[in-house]
Design a protein around this ligand. Structure first.
Ligand code: ASP
Ligand code: MG
Length: 470
C-alpha cells in the first residue's frame, strides 16, 4: 500500500479536491490511503475562533465557524449530488454544533485550556476528511472515511502530543487492511489524533506530514507521497538561480542539513518514522502531477553532481574571540559556550583553532552585553551583515579535492571567505561570506558545480526511480 498526503492548498476548494481525486485514481493499483489537511486557512481561522471566544466575543467566534461552514458547503455542492450533499451537510452541522458548544464553553470561562485549543483545531481536518471521502466516492474513487482520533494514539500533551507507535499500529492494523482489501481508499484527517482515554489531541501545527509518516510506518507502506504546491526540492533557490534544478533523490540527512540552513523543504523531523522504516518519501506537486518531484530516503543514490544542493541563510553575524592567554585551556571553550547559552544565542556554525573561536549566529542585534562579557576571555570582534552558504552532499564524504574546488570557485570569483566549517558527518561544507557577496557566490557555485554537469536526471527526463537504479 502507499500513503498519499494532501496539504491545505491541495484540498482548498472543489477544483482542488477534484484534482486530488484524479491523482489518487492513477494510483489505485498500489492500494492508496489518503491523508488530508484542513482546507487551506481553516486551521488559522479555528485558532482565531478559540482566541476570540476566550476574550468573550462569542458572536465573532460563531461568525468564523459560519464562514468555515460556507466554504465546505460550497465545495460539497459543487461535487456531490443533492442527496449526498445533504448527508454531508448533516455531518458537517453535527461537527460544527460541537465546535459551537465548545466556543460557548470557552466564552463562558473567559479562558482557553490547552485541551480545548486542540479540540477546536481538530475540527478542520475532521470536516475536510469527511468531505474528501464523500467527494472521492462521487468522483468514481471508492473511498471510506476513517477517524484519526481513534486510530492515531498519542499521549495527552497539548498542543503537540507524542504518538505512541505500539497502540497506533495495533489500531491501524485492525481498521485499515479490511478497507484496502475491499478496494476502498481510506481517507483520514492528518494532524488530529486521540489519547488512549479518548481525549482529542493534535500533532502540532503542520502535523499532517507527520501523520502520513506515522501511518506509513505503521502499515509498512512501500512509499509515502507528500503532495504540495511545489515540484519537489530544488538544487537552490530559483529566485537566485533561474537554472535551479529539481533534485531527483535526496538522503534524509542531506534534507535535514538543508532545512537547518534555511532551505524551504518539508521539515525532515516529521519524516522520521518513515525513514526509520526505510520507506521512501516523495514530494510531489498536485498542480503538476506528471512531474517527478523529489524522493527523500534514508540513503539516496548518487546524483549527477558532487553536491546535492546549495542553501543560503542571510542575516548572519559573526564574532571572533582571540584568547591568547588561554592557549590549551578547556576553560576558554567552556566559558564561551556558557555565555552563548546565557544569552540564548544558538550558534549556526562554530570554528575553533587554538585559542581563537569564530561563532556565526542568526540576526544582527546589538550584542553589547555579550561583547563586554566576552572581553573577559580575550579580544572580541563583531561583524554583522554576513550570510552562510551551505553545500550539502553525501557523496563528498571521503572525496579528495572537494574543498579546493569549492574554494577555488570562490577565489576565481574574487569573493572573500570569512569563516569555514565542514560538518563532522562530512556531508556538508558551510562557510560565511559578506551578505553583499551572497547571491553572486551561490550563482557561481551553482554554475560550476551543477550547471556544468549537464545531462542530469531532470534534463534527460528520466524519473527519480530510474536514477535510483542507475
Ligand atoms: N492543518 C494543520 C495546520 O495548518 C496541519 C497541517 O496542515 O499539516 O497546521
Ligand atoms: Mg504543511
Amino acid at each position: 500500500m502507499i500513503v498519499m498526503k494532501f496539504g491545505g492548498t491541495s484540498v482548498q476548494d472543489s477544483t482542488a479536491i477534484r484534482r486530488v481525486a484524479s491523482i489518487v485514481a492513477t494510483r489505485l493499483a498500489e492500494q492508496p490511503l489518503a491523508v488530508v489537511s484542513a482546507m487551506g486557512g481553516v486551521t488559522d481561522k479555528l485558532v482565531q475562533t478559540a482566541e476570540v471566544a476566550a476574550r468573550g466575543e462569542l458572536s465573532q467566534a460563531l461568525e468564523l465557524l459560519q464562514a468555515i461552514r460556507a466554504r465546505h458547503i460550497l465545495a460539497a455542492s459543487e461535487i456531490l449530488v443533492q442527496a449526498e450533499a445533504n448527508r454531508y451537510a448533516e455531518e458537517l452541522d453535527a461537527r460544527l454544533g460541537e465546535a459551537t458548544a465548545l466556543a460557548t464553553a470557552i466564552a463562558a470561562q473567559g479562558a482557553l485550556t490547552p485541551a480545548q485549543h486542540s479540540h477546536m483545531l481538530s475540527f478542520g481536518e475532521l470536516i475536510s476528511s469527511q468531505l474528501v471521502a464523500a467527494a472521492f466516492n462521487a468522483l468514481g474513487v471508492p473511498a471510506a472515511y476513517a477517524d484519526s482520533r481513534a486510530l492515531i494514539i498519542t499521549d495527552a500533551h497539548h498542543p503537540a502530543a507524542t504518538p505512541q507507535p505500539g497502540p497506533t499500529r495495533a489500531r491501524l492494523l485492525e481498521a485499515i487492511p479490511p478497507l484496502l482489501s475491499k478496494n476502498l481508499v481510506p481517507v483520514l484527517g492528518g494532524f488530529i489524533a486521540g489519547s488512549e482515554s479518548g481525549q482529542i489531541t493534535t500533532l502540532g501545527r503542520g502535523g499532517s506530514d507527520y501523520s502520513a509518516a506515522i501511518i506509513g510506518a505503521a502499515l509498512n507502506a512501500s512509499r509515502i507521497e507528500i503532495w504540495t504546491d511545489v515540484s519537489g526540492i530544488l538544487t537552490t533557490d530559483p529566485r537566485i538561480c533561474s537554472k535551479a534544478q529539481r533534485i531527483a533523490e535526496i538522503g534524509f540527512h542531506e534534507a535535514t542539513e538543508l532545512a537547518c540552513f534555511g532551505a524551504k523543504v518539508l521539515h525532515p523531523a516529521t519524516l522520521l518514522p518513515a525513514i526509520e522504516h526505510d520507506i521512501p518519501v516523495a514530494v510531489l506537486n498536485s498542480h503538476k502531477p506528471n512531474e517527478d518531484g523529489t524522493i527523500i530516503r534514508a540513503t539516496a543514490a548518487q546524483g549527477p553532481a558532487p553536491f546535492r544542493a546549495i542553501a543560503l541563510k542571510r542575516n548572519i553575524s559573526i564574532f571572533n574571540v582571540r584568547a591568547p592567554r588561554h592557549v590549551g585551556s578547556l576553560r576558554f571553550l567552556d566559558d564561551l559556550f556558557s555565555l552563548l547559552r546565557w544569552h540564548h544565542l544558538p550558534s549556526e556554525i562554530v570554528a575553533i583553532s587554538g585559542a581563537t573561536a569564530s561563532v556565526a549566529i542568526e540576526g544582527s542585534r546589538d550584542l553589547g552585553r555579550l561583547t563586554t562579557e566576552l572581553t573577559s576571555l580575550g579580544e572580541v570582534e563583531f561583524q554583522p551583515d554576513m550570510a552562510i552558504i551551505c553545500l550539502v552532499g553525501e557523496d563528498i564524504r571521503g572525496r579528495v579535492g572537494i574543498a579546493s574546488s569549492v574554494f577555488g570557485i570562490m577565489a576565481t570569483a574574487g569573493i572573500n571567505i570569512r569563516m569555514i566549517a565542514q560538518g563532522s558527518s562530512e556531508i556538508s561544507v558551510s562557510f560565511v561570506v559578506e551578505e553583499k557577496d551572497a547571491v553572486k557566490s551561490v550563482q557561481e557555485l551553482h554554475r560550476h558545480l551543477f550547471e556544468e554537469h549537464s545531462g542530469t536526471a531532470s534534463r534527460t527526463g528520466s524519473t527519480a526511480m530510474e536514477t535510483a537504479q542507475a
